[in-house]
Write a protein that binds this ligand. Structure first.
Ligand SMILES: [Zn+2]
Ligand SMILES: [Zn+2]
Length: 368
């Protein structure tokens, strides 16, 4: 079958939207017609060579759609199911799956590094040449094939553009606050970096009952979104020192839970310094591969728990349906996070807007 897809051929920052071939789903795999695919900053980093990727590849790892066909052996989903895609499908048998840490699945990580499906091959090609996978999802395409474990069924009344966000930003940020940060009612929380992940962490903190929730960024637009989604205080770090503001709000102690979602040395340092002794630090952002992070040792003094997580310590099969319920109850505000919708043909413009800081989330929507 021929499909339109955004292919990364070189790490020059530009995707090529082209017709490619997609093979039928193999054993344990499903064909998903993509309805929406979010533009994540990790995609942008990959397009610029800051994160590893086997080229050429169909990128995109934050998608949702409808199952169109299933391969042999599939039992977890059926044609017609609405699904949000997880970029961390788990084999169920490896060291980590056995320990109840499915997002660290060794089989999935090996496939991810190779740019393939779980069996080491790909389902995309163009002109007879293979095109690789990205995060086992490759959602910037009209259709994709994923392992059945990556297609998480969600309630059919939940809009698919919002469902796409569950696949990366929302799970990472909400899980960062609720699972990794273990935010409790009345906890003082600071979130440094108010992109889609940070905004989701703010929502997680609000839903968990935190107060205050201090949002920090250098972009007034993002601070406005943070306020709408649950921040009780906002700090533009160009104007004020966020560490001082957090200490002033917490009798000089610092935040119970400090969450980093910007991926810079300075923000990682600020997050540590804004946490209280005995508090918890959650690092969700990531720097470019190979970049060092330096910290003054005093920022570690006393006692602190530092947690680094890529996917909010999630268990997507349990968490995605719960997040959909939270959104349908009006507690998790996802529509407010989608500030731009655009067709696949305009994907490069969407990434430009993302990098310029003009969008909370831009989502590619497909006509079907
Ligand atoms: Zn992402
Ligand atoms: Zn596994």
């Amino acid at each position: 079958m021929q499909i339109q897809a955004a292919v990364l051929r070189e790490t020059t920052g530009t995707l090529s939207v082209e017709e490619i071939e997609i093979a039928p789903p193999g054993w344990g795999e499903v064909l998903v017609r993509i309805a929406a695919s979010g533009l994540c900053h990790t995609d942008w980093e990959t397009m610029h060579g800051q994160q590893p990727c086997v080229l050429p590849a169909v990128i995109g790892h934050e998608g949702a759609g409808v199952v169109e066909a299933i391969g042999p052996g599939v039992t977890l989903v059926a044609p017609g199911d609405h699904v949000a895609l997880s970029w961390s499908p788990n084999c169920g048998r490896c060291f980590y799956c056995d320990r109840g840490q499915p997002i660290l699945c060794e089989v999935a990580r090996a496939a991810n590094a190779a740019g393939t499906m779980l069996d080491g091959t790909t389902r995309f090609s163009a002109g007879g040449r293979p095109i690789h996978y990205y995060s086992l999802v490759s959602s910037h395409a009209e259709r994709t094939i994923v392992p059945e474990q990556a297609a998480i069924p969600i309630r059919p009344d939940f809009p698919l553009d919002r469902a796409a966000l569950l696949g990366c930003a929302v799970m990472t940020g909400y899980g960062g606050a609720v699972h990794a940060g273990r935010v409790r009612p009345e906890d003082a929380v600071v979130v440094i970096g108010c992109g889609a992940v940070g905004l989701s962490a703010i929502q997680g903190a609000r839903i968990a009952g935190a107060w205050p929730i201090v949002a920090v960024d250098v972009n007034p637009l993002k601070l406005g979104w943070a306020e709408r989604l649950g921040a009780t205080h906002t700090v533009n770090a160009r104007d004020r020192d966020p560490v001082t503001v957090v200490r002033d709000l917490t009798r000089g102690r610092g935040a119970d839970v400090a969450i980093e979602a910007a991926g810079q040395n300075v923000t990682i340092r600020q997050t540590l310094e804004a946490s209280r002794p005995g508090g918890r630090v959650v690092i969700l952002g990531k720097t470019a591969v190979g970049q060092d992070v330096t910290l003054p040792f005093t920022s570690l003094m006393g006692e602190r728990e530092i947690v680094r997580t890529s996917y909010g310590m999630s268990r997507p099969r349990q968490d995605f349906p719960k997040l959909a319920d939270l959104a349908m109850r009006g507690e998790l505000l996802l529509d407010d996070m989608i500030t731009m919708r655009l067709p696949l043909a305009d994907i490069n413009r969407g990434f430009g807007e993302l990098q310029a800081g003009n969008v909370a989330r831009a989502v590619i929507v497909f006509d079907g």
